[in-house]
Design a binder for this molecule. Structure first.
Ligand SMILES: N[C@@H](CCC(=O)N[C@@H](CS)C(=O)NCC(=O)O)C(=O)O
Length: 212
């Protein structure tokens, strides 16, 4: 049985969970408690020597890094427009996956760490890092909004892994005080996806936990 290891507050974990939910692959989800350092214990380091979540164990085949995991899950599930086999179409999906991970998620991670994790740990937030995160988003969200104004999904007229990548990166917007209202196409796209079953299967509990 495929096992997915993660933490409910982790954006890369939620990317993998949304992906596996969409693909409908049977799996077991295992919570790794980052606060108690479970990710640094020898048992977990055998699964992911990098000591981070998410990771998967597919009958002894282990893998870390959310984007690599999602692509592996798509390959397991077989070819589909969600992660197209055609090399040019696939490259375009990869382009948006990288954009979401390298730019949007990195910016959100700065805000999330400083505004949420620091509070949980009783540490002082790094205001310069927050500013950098905000600057990154003010550069990149208008670009994303423009794209979504032209196409139904981030990579064209089909729902793809790139949509899940972007959706997961933006997940904590409300928690970290990122206002999406200046980006109407992005808001519309996000609301549409959050109503879908694959999302609700993962996040009914997540939303409740976040609110608590
Ligand atoms: N690029 C990695 C990021 C993984 C990552 O940084 N995970 C964080 C949680 S969001 C983590 O495990 N942090 C624990 C630590 O760094 O000790 C991915 O996409 O999987």
């Amino acid at each position: 049985m495929l096992k997915i290891y993660g933490h409910f507050l982790s954006m890369p974990t939620n990317k993998v969970r949304l992906c596996v939910s969409y693909l409908g692959l049977p799996h077991e989800y295992v919570h790794i408690d980052l606060q108690t350092g479970e990710h640094l214990k020898p048992e977990y380091l055998e699964i992911n020597p990098a000591g981070r979540v998410p990771a998967v164990d597919d009958d002894g085949f282990t893998l870390g890094q959310s984007d690599a995991i999602c692509k592996y899950l798509c390959a397991l599930s077989g070819p589909s427009p969600f992660y197209p086999a055609d090399i040019k179409n696939q490259a375009k999906v990869n382009e948006w996956i990288d954009f979401s991970s390298q730019h949007v998620l990195q910016a959100m991670a700065r805000l999330f760490f400083n505004r949420v994790v620091c509070k949980m740990l009783g540490e002082k937030p790094d205001e310069a890092s927050i500013k950098t995160g905000e600057n990154m988003l003010s550069r990149d969200l208008p670009f994303v909004d423009k794209q979504l104004g032209n196409t139904d999904f981030i990579c064209g007229d089909k729902f793809t892994l790139a949509d899940i990548s972007l959706l997961a990166a933006l997940e904590p917007c409300e928690m970290v005080g990122v206002d999406l209202t200046p980006y109407p196409a992005l808001v519309k796209w996000r609301e549409k996806l959050m109503k879908r079953e694959f999302y609700k299967r993962v996040h009914t509990k997540f939303a409740a936990e976040m609110a608590g």
